[in-house]
Ligand binder design. Sequence first.
Ligand SMILES: [Mg+2]
Length: 188
Amino acid sequence: MRPILIDFDGVIADLHSEWIRLYNEKWNDDLRPEEVVHWDISGFVKREAQKGVFEILGWPGLYDNVQPLPDAIESLRALTSLRVPWVIATTCSYHNMIRGKSEWLYRHGLTSSEEYPADRMIIVRDKGLLRGLAMVDDYHENLDSFKGPGILFDKPYNQESNHIRFAGWKDALPYLLGFVQKEVFRGG
Ligand SMILES: [Mg+2]
């Protein structure tokens, strides 16, 4: 069976909350995640932080305090126990992200070793290169380029997209399992 392709930031891990917390701490601001209603966060931060806010993404240890999104870990474990193949497909703009995300997956019991890149992780910028049963992402352009069903996780910063959207894993998992069922009956 083709794997389900699952994004990392904004789909299983709440990067935005930690990113914004670190920004607030460094630049003494009180920005809230729900106020960031566009992909380009630089429009919502203090002028002097417009460049530096992106550098936070390269900080070692960034993922140490990033929390899982609700039901994400349980859903991936459910897919594993149902023997539904899944991989994390993620862009790592900074080298430290490869290690941070890999260790995060291991810490949450989703991969079998601490080595990085993690065994269930594909590092890719152009997700249109990937083939899979379905793709779950919070960035509509990744879903636009994917040749298969795309599922958008609803966020304040992606309101302009028309992909089918879900608030979170509780609703998305049964929908995904529908594709699995069809694939099974097709003999995939
Ligand atoms: Mg994402």
